[in-house]
Write a protein that binds this ligand. Structure first.
Ligand SMILES: [Zn+2]
Length: 165
């Protein structure tokens, strides 16, 4: 071990109640933008109509809908950008063989993709296995990630056909 840092801090912490001057400006209405570092595939696999029929028969899944805030966000960001967020969520929160906090990794609200995930059974690995047949405990491969992205995007388009690219 090297010497510990001196306990005396060069820059004192802001006293409680004082805003951090270096913090980004607060945006009360907007959900935090997800980093869209994951490239989107040029084409997405087709989603069978059968899936939408099965989902509509689930009382739990069918009760999820975008609210006004989700729609405003979707229209402001555009479907392509929001799909990039979805690809990022899939890669980081679902694709690992054993995702962190699996079963609780998808908030109920705060981003249109979260709502779409609960509506389509793509919220956690248990739901993905049940609804889409991709076994738990194995890393999701690219075609499987693309399929989940196609399902989320398909649901967003069905929910809000006017959302732009
Ligand atoms: Zn789930």
């Amino acid at each position: 071990m090297t010497a510990r840092a001196p306990s005396r801090r060069r820059t004192p912490a802001a006293p409680p109640g004082q805003a951090d001057l270096f913090a980004p400006p607060p945006s009360a209405q907007e959900p935090p933008p997800a980093p869209a570092a994951v490239p989107l595939p040029a084409t997405l696999p087709a989603v069978a109509d059968d899936l939408w029929e099965r989902l509509s028969r689930s009382r739990f899944r069918a009760r999820f809908h975008l609210d006004a805030k989700d729609r405003a966000y979707l229209h402001r960001q555009g479907l392509q950008s929001v799909s990039g967020h979805a690809a990022e969520f899939i890669a980081t929160r679902l694709a690992p063989a054993h995702p962190h906090k699996d079963g609780r990794q998808t908030p109920w609200r705060g981003h249109p993709v979260f709502v779409a995930q609960h509506a389509t059974g793509t919220c956690c690995r248990g739901c993905i296995e049940k609804w889409h047949g991709f076994a738990k405990g194995q890393e999701l491969q690219q075609p499987q990630r693309d399929y989940i992205l196609a399902v989320i995007r398909g649901w967003l388009l069905r929910e809000d056909p006017d959302c732009s690219e």
